[in-house]
Design a binder for this molecule. Structure first.
Ligand code: BMP
Length: 218
């Protein structure tokens, strides 16, 4: 998947989820599904959405390898193209999720540090170790905080060959331009699109910004 604009579809209603996915489809490269949607609608929503765009299952897996493999298998067997695993769970968990992903030719993204303020309390102290764990496990990409561009820059420096996707723009205060300038390959956007009065127009506007800045800085 050429990562650029990923829609974080954190709505809790199936009809609304499908509507927003379909109207924004032309402007996004993928859909990230998180617990609010899957716990409300069931895991089958991944199958439905994957008919519109590739789906990244944002289950932020952070369990022992055995349980983590079961979760990853459920996501991929229901049509996910990618999965998100927490790096702090350790190298055995990240590698096990990668092993399952490989069975489905799926992608794995590892969270480095959360974009929220709490991400600075523990995770940011270990984020660069997490980058090394992710590299050793051979994952496809990293999730890095658009709210702290200086962290994206350093994560990029340490992981030249991994994709970097950044949540935290607009609703959380991060800037699309700063994130891309700092090394992001793609931006993850939720509320700014799905809570907008015109999700299609907003997705189009943000997608244009992403393209402009990717051209300017890459
Ligand atoms: P929003 O654009 O509405 O803030 O949504 C961001 C999305 O990215 C949410 O699904 C959130 O769970 C996720 N996310 C994040 O905001 N920060 C992170 O560090 C990691 C995430 O997965």
């Amino acid at each position: 998947m050429a990562a650029m604009l990923i829609l974080a579809l954190d709505v809790m209603d199936e009809t609304k989820a499908m509507e927003i996915a379909e109207v924004t489809a032309r402007h996004i490269q993928g859909i990230k599904v998180n617990y609010p949607l899957v716990l409300s609608c069931g895991i089958e929503i991944i199958e439905e959405l994957s008919g519109v765009k590739p789906v990244i299952a944002d289950f932020k897996i952070a369990d022992i390898p055995y349980t983590s493999a079961l979760i990853a298998d459920l996501a991929f067997s229901h049509g996910a193209s990618g999965i998100i695993v927490h790096g702090f769970a350790g190298s055995d968990t990240v590698s096990e999720v990668k092993r399952v992903a490989d069975e489905y030719s799926g992608e794995v993204y590892t969270v480095t540090e959360l974009s929220s303020r709490g991400g600075e309390e523990f995770m940011s102290r270990h984020a660069y170790e997490i980058v090394e764990i992710a590299k050793r496990a051979g994952v496809d990409g990293l999730i890095a905080p658009a709210t702290r561009a200086e962290r994206i820059r350093e994560i990029r420096r340490r992981a030249r060959n991994l994709k970097i996707l950044c949540p935290g723009v607009i609703a959380q205060g991060g800037s699309v331009e700063e994130a891309i300038k700092s090394g992001a390959d793609g931006i993850i956007v939720g509320r700014a699109i799905y809570s907008s009065s015109d999700p299609e127009r907003e997705a189009e506007r943000i997608s244009r910004l992403v393209q402009t800045f990717l051209k300017k800085y890459k």
